[in-house]
Design a protein around this ligand. Structure first.
Ligand SMILES: *Cc1c(COP(=O)(O)O)cnc(C)c1O
Length: 402
């Protein structure tokens, strides 16, 4: 069967067919899970991965795997990039990007609010290698502009950012980064490629935790970096082959299967989340709410410009949040009180401010005051799933009003 990618035009066609090919030997329509750590070779080849090409024959499981390759090709199409490398987790992708790209003496600008693992890696690990990190509120692009230096190598943003759903203008930030010869990496996990395709807005790298929306079912961990062929070749060698955080073919297969329904799921996540956001905005026990799809989100205008789908993540403040959280653990019937996000099951978790700003974000002064101004002593992060929305609102109402 011929496979002409140029015919995979629409996002739903890409999600279903992108990267997948019927098995050459058996004709199997569904991708095969190739669980083999080594491959029989029929021509001389180098024992070093240094000189290997991305589409060279398979040699060794850490260098590449046919099931993983199908996922990489699907994600390349969905993000409208040129190449993709998958990893064992979102953090494996993040660390592979940072450690493949950066060297002693480089400067990085990073949003001061983001996924805690990324925040801690940047603040605790990178400086040990002589890499300087400046954190800014990237929602205010003038702060990115002010932080630029001649040795700025990378600007790292997350949009929407965990946990307060702050947005960053990708197009403007990419222009700023490029003005000093730096590159822009966007952690687009909360958006998914259905909402935002950062490469089309000028970003150099898109990073995903596949554990979230793209896998979508809470059963497999994975990560990915999408970008240009040239820059991904380096990440492929240094980040994948040498750092070694490869994804298992079985997990790649689960995520491949999940990704096929991503466009449909994102529509349903958004529809449910919009309904619940409107319900929570009116709820007497909820003191504030952030959802990019609500007109009350301070960056709603940017959300409308940059997001084709408002996704399923909501943040709310409830007075006495810590105690309400303790009740939720006992009393919720449908929502799982659990971390993570982007699954078909609805999830909720209270994210206390104290610990996060001290240990992860290390915020001080105005940045700390700005974070507290909205997050107070903590926020509930809701990941709205695919259940019947009336059941979800009833479950929340029962605990909030109790
Ligand atoms: C979960 C997450 C990560 C880390 O991904 P893992 O798969 O858990 O390693 C990174 N960034 C964001 C925005 C996330 O939500």
């Amino acid at each position: 069967m011929a496979r002409d990618n140029s015919l995979l035009r629409g996002v739903s066609t890409r999600a279903v067919h992108g990267g997948e090919r019927p098995d050459k030997e058996t004709g199997a329509s569904s991708p095969s899970i190739v669980m083999s750590s080594t491959f029989v070779v029929d021509a001389p080849l180098s024992f070093s991965a240094e000189s290997r090409e991305h589409d060279a024959p398979y040699v060794y499981g850490r260098w590449g795997n046919p099931t993983v390759r199908q996922l990489e090709d699907k994600l390349t199409l969905l993000e409208e990039g040129e190449a993709c490398v998958c990893f064992a987790s979102g953090m494996a992708a993040t660390s592979a990007l940072l450690l493949s790209l950066l060297k002693h003496g480089d400067h990085v600008i990073m949003s001061d609010v983001n996924y805690p693992g990324t925040a801690e890696l940047a603040r605790n690990t990178l400086p040990r290698f002589g890499i300087e990190v400046t954190t800014v509120d990237s929602g205010q692009t003038e702060q990115v502009a002010e932080a630029l230096r001649p040795n700025t190598r990378l600007v790292w943003i997350e949009t929407p950012a965990n946990p307060i759903l702050r947005l960053t203008d990708i197009r403007v930030t990419a222009e700023l980064a490029h003005s000093v010869g730096a590159e822009l990496a966007v952690d687009s996990t909360f958006a998914s490629p259905i909402a935002t395709r950062p490469i089309t807005l000028g970003a150099d790298y898109v990073v995903h935790s596949l554990t979230k929306y793209i896998g979508g079912h809470g059963d497999a961990m994975g990560g990915a970096i999408i970008g240009s062929k040239a820059s991904l070749a380096r990440i492929d060698l240094e980040g994948q082959v040498h750092l070694g955080g490869i994804i298992s073919p079985f997990n790649a297969w689960l995520i491949l299967r999940g990704a096929a329904t991503l466009p449909l799921r994102m529509q349903a996540h958004e529809k449910n989340a919009m309904h619940i956001a409107e319900f929570l905005e009116q709820h007497p026990k909820v003191s504030s709410i952030r959802y990019p799809g609500l007109a009350s989100h301070p960056q709603h205008e940017l959300a409308c410009r940059q997001m084709d789908n408002f996704s399923g993540m909501i943040a709310i403040q409830v007075p006495g949040g810590r105690d309400v959280a303790a009740r939720m653990m006992q009393e919720l019937s449908i929502f799982h009180y659990a971390v993570s996000l982007g699954h078909h099951r609805s999830l909720i978790f209270w994210i206390g401010t104290e610990d996060l700003v001290k240990n992860s974000f290390k915020l001080e002064g105005k940045a700390l005051a700005d974070y507290r101004a909205w997050a107070g002593d903590g926020v509930f992060r809701l990941s709205i799933g695919l259940e019947d929305v009336e059941d979800l609102t009833a479950d929340l109402d029962q605990v909030l009003s109790g």
